[in-house]
Ligand binder design. Sequence first.
Ligand code: S5P
Length: 252
Amino acid sequence: EEETRVSYEQKLNNTQHSVSRKLLETALSKKSNLIASADVTTTQELLALAEKVGPHIIALKTHIDIISDFEYEKTIIPLKEIAARHQFLLMEDRKFADIGNTQELQFTSGVFKITDWADFVTSQVIGGFESLDCFKNVGVVAIVGMSSKGALTTASYREEALKVALSHPNVIGGVSQNKIPEDLLLFTPGVNLADSGDGKGQQYNTPEHVFKTLHTDFIIVGRGIYKSDDPEASAITYKTEGWNAYINSLIK
Ligand code: S5P
């Protein structure tokens, strides 16, 4: 792509949302645009991973409902302490996809009480504009397009999803495998340096590709880090690759 991208500094000047600001400030101070996806299934693995990768990431993305021994006191309280100590945000990848009232219950109730600890959450926008009203104390990352083969997030779906995302004050960005307007933060999963797929539909790109062609802001890396023999070393590799790819994407 020929055009230059909008820098983190420029995005910081253009946003009032406290979560966007925190993400961008953390990216600049840590020289990292890496979000680690902690798709592990026990509290011990979750906390150990957070501790190892914490210094190198701007956010830890969780699927809190896959933790088999979840207990608020044993899982969330220590996770929050690690996040505060290593200065990263907590992103719960809940991908809400219901009517507003149900999403509000899923966000505030049950055992997970996401509203009490997540700095920001992912949500589908399939329930329409008002379904996102309940997330007013956090940032919302709208699922605009999905990385998996055969996903139904076609160009026309993405266009409609972006209209909701751009107009809703709770939305700070989008997850997509395509470029989105630069006044939203772009989060791109499906990033892996070693693999092109997982045999279950996932499709991978390199950090270089997503910064250069999509002008992404933040890469999300799951198995490339937590399945590695040395998750901390892998986090450093993805952080360095991601940061260099971002710097290169600033140059025409
Ligand atoms: O389109 C998407 C959106 C998301 S949030 N594709 C994705 O893979 N994700 C999430 O990113 C997915 O739920 C998983 O937690 C992570 C990718 O993990 P990896 O192991 O394939 O890197």
